[in-house]
Each structure stands twice: as structure tokens, then as C-alpha cells.
Design a protein around this ligand. Sequence first.
Ligand SMILES: [Zn+2]
Ligand SMILES: [Zn+2]
Length: 164
Amino acid sequence: MGIGIMLLTFVAMEGVAWVMHKYVLHGFLWFLHKSHHTRHNHAFELNDLFFAYYGTLAMLFFIFGSEPIDYRFWVGAGITLYGVAYFLIHDVFIHRRIRVFGKTSNVYLKALNMAHKVHHKTEAKDGSESYGMLWVAPRYFKEAYRIVNKQQELQPWRSTPSKS
Ligand SMILES: [Zn+2]
Ligand SMILES: [Zn+2]
């Protein structure tokens, strides 16, 4: 029961994130999100404030839903889980803020990465696309599949030690 609410919240959060990104971040909160669409070499962006926002939201759900534990606790857990996934995928995997992941040969991750890079192609408030994070439009999969296949074709050849 609790786990179900948590997973449902996780899925719902992708929808929330999509709507927020498209209509709020690329809307009246563009002045905060702009920092994420501009090239820079600072460790943090104003855009990171959104982590604090969702963190606070999750904390409130935990506080009000924990004595005794009710559905609100699990909603808080779902938001937290989504926050962790978002950070790992968006900040670590795509933007490489911490360098731990190498090149992927996973078609889904490749498609996800491409979709988000397309989102970043425009540095302006309007005219971008691909506002989701875990949701990837089907059209990206074809290209991702082609690239991953190519990588794998090249692999045996690439791993041959060079003669010296
Ligand atoms: Zn954006
Ligand atoms: Zn990004």
C-alpha cells in the first residue's frame, strides 16, 4: 500500500516536473531557470534552488504524515525518490556535474540524454522542446538505437590493442 503510493507519486512527479519546466520555469520563473540555460563555470546555479523547494515540500509531507504514518509519508518518500533520480540523471549523468558515469550503451539513457541536449540547444525562454526528464518522446529512440548499434559494431575493432 505505502510502496504503491510512493511509486504513484514518483510517476506523478514526472508530470509535475514537465508542467513546471514548460510553463513555470520557461514562464514567470525564467529568471531562476535561465542560469541553467547559460554556459558558465560556477559550481552552483540559481536553478538549484528548485532542489531546496522540492526538498522542503517532501519534508513537510514527512512531518505531517509520520505520527502515525499515513499516505502523506509515502507521498514525501515518492517526491524524495524522484528528486534523487532527477539529480542522478539530470545533474550527474547528463550534465556531468560529478564525473562518475562513462559513455552509455543503453538505448533509453542515450535517447534521454539526446532529448535533454536538444532542450538545451536554445538558450532562450521560448522555443525549446523536450521538457520531461524520464519521459522521452519516441522519436529519439530511433536515433539512439542507431548510435548504440554503431558503437557496438566499432567495439571489437576499437578494443584491439594498437601495435607499437
Ligand atoms: Zn529548461
Ligand atoms: Zn539540463
